[in-house]
Design a protein around this ligand. Structure first.
Ligand SMILES: Cc1cc2nc3c(=O)[nH]c(=O)nc-3n(C[C@H](O)[C@H](O)[C@H](O)COP(=O)(O)OP(=O)(O)OC[C@H]3O[C@@H](n4cnc5c(N)ncnc54)[C@H](O)[C@@H]3O)c2cc1C
Length: 395
């Protein structure tokens, strides 16, 4: 079997590694739309930005996998797919395959700000973005970050310097709305950034090097747009297999077309943990969807049944989240000491997530619990399970 994998990011690389590990008896053509060999994205907003070392340290695949004879790397961007004919099209060539895997990920959402020159506008999605941002930092005193999610605060910690002022500007009424108020407070207390909420940017004034907003003028030698990501669905949309919300798949990562699958951030599928179809942006999702597809391609299909998890490093603080919750889920604080904070999120009786700040053991305990199946608050309290597990993990 010849598989054409479009994209060479986290999901694609996990699929390649899992297929090789499972002794896949076929060929993989991997289309890499970037000029770098496969690399990890999470360090780009964390350690890499503070200490940019050789890109070698970011490599996703070890040599024996990257250079495996079953893998052919094609350094070209795919411009179209023709699933009925098993064709993958680039600007230079057409490639015949038996199966097409869309692992195209997302791109950073952009925002046009009147008057803001392109050399002062940055996003962080790719290694090239990070290299460009890093080379623009010399002498910069005022940085404005638009968006107030994990990425914004990771960047604020990484870019912090005594001579710099970093301002995070939130459109909404609170920063870090993805996590509980308690966990957000912990992270925000430690951020070097000053935070403004309810901000609308009107334009950029080049003379004063400032953003003009509904809160007045905000100095900004450089502006980073961190307002979220847009799924790369165009290839699927062109053949009726996706919308701009994602590429719908079943629980085996198969689209309605028998020859096309989608994995990673771009795939929109049932999340058993949330009991709804969702697209999830995290390394765990990229790995778990890729593993699910690898099993099917190896002839041992098992439906996707993973519980998502996520982490974010912000300076000295590590946030880890087991599970996935809606922003409106209730919050109950389980542990709140000087050094750690653990918050349980729930929808009525159903526990949806556990957020742990500098509490790795509790995070692992919560992950193990979720892996055993859904947890109800009532039964957890009755059996003492959630609390005793979290408690025993502390001893
Ligand atoms: C700065 C940053 C920090 C992050 N930090 C964390 C973190 O701390 N924890 C966490 O869980 N997650 C984090 N993430 C998210 C995580 O990196 C992603 O969820 C993960 O990389 C998704 O994997 P993917 O394979 O679906 O997509 P990607 O890794 O984005 O790979 C998709 C690839 O497909 C390529 N592609 C797209 N279209 C085409 C085409 N037409 N032809 C050829 N190639 C194409 C793209 O160029 C890209 O290389 C972070 C992301 C970023 C950007």
């Amino acid at each position: 079997m010849k598989i054409g994998i479009i994209g060479a990011g986290q999901a694609a690389c996990t699929l390649i590694a899992e297929l090789i590990r499972g002794q896949f008896d076929g060929e993989m053509l991997v289309f890499n739309g970037e000029s770098h060999r496969p690399y990890q994205r999470p360090p780009l907003s964390k350690t890499w930005l503070t200490h940019p070392t050789e890109t070698e340290s970011l490599r996703l695949l070890p040599d024996p996998i990257e250079n495996h004879p079953s893998v052919q790397w094609i350094q070209q961007r795919v411009t179209g797919i023709e699933p009925d004919d098993g064709l993958i099209v680039t600007e230079r060539d057409r490639y015949s395959v038996d199966q097409i895997v869309l692992a195209t990920g997302t791109r950073a959402k952009k925002l046009a700000i009147d008057g803001l020159p392109s050399e002062k506008t940055h996003v962080i999605r790719t290694l090239d973005d990070a290299i460009t941002l890093h080379s623009a930092l010399d002498g910069v005193q005022n940085i404005a970050i638009l968006g107030a999610g994990f990425l914004a605060f990771e960047l604020a910690s990484s870019l912090d310097q005594p001579t710099r002022t970093i301002r995070v500007l939130a459109k909404g009424i609170r920063a870090l709305p993805q996590v509980s108020v308690k966990a957000a407070d912990r992270l925000l207390d430690a951020t070097p950034a000053s935070i403004r909420v309810d901000v609308t940017v009107e334009r950029y004034d080049e003379d004063s090097a400032a953003l003009i907003t509904n809160h007045g003028s905000i100095p900004a030698d450089l502006v980073i747009i961190a307002i979220g990501a847009q799924a790369n669905t165009e290839l699927a949309e062109a053949c009726g297999l996706g919308t701009d919300k994602g590429i719908p798949t079943d629980s085996y990562m198969q689209t309605p077309h028998p020859c096309v699958s989608a994995i990673g951030e771009v795939s929109l599928h049932d999340q058993p943990h949330m009991k709804q179809k969702m697209r999830v942006e995290s390394i765990s999702e990229a790995n778990d969807t890729a593993t699910t597809l690898a099993k099917r391609l190896l002839g041992q299909p098992e439906p996707f049944n993973a519980t998502p998890w996520f982490w974010s490093d912000q300076g000295e603080l590590k946030l880890q989240i087991a599970g996935l919750c809606a922003r409106t889920d209730e919050e109950t604080v389980l542990i709140n000491t000087e050094t750690e904070c653990v918050v349980m999120r729930h929808q009525g009786d159903r526990i949806t997530a556990v957020e742990a700040v500098n509490a790795a053991k509790e995070f692992m305990a919560a992950r193990r619990l979720f892996e055993q199946g859904p947890i109800s608050l009532g039964s957890a309290i009755e059996a003492g399970s959630l609390f005793s597990l979290l408690q025993s993990s502390r001893s």
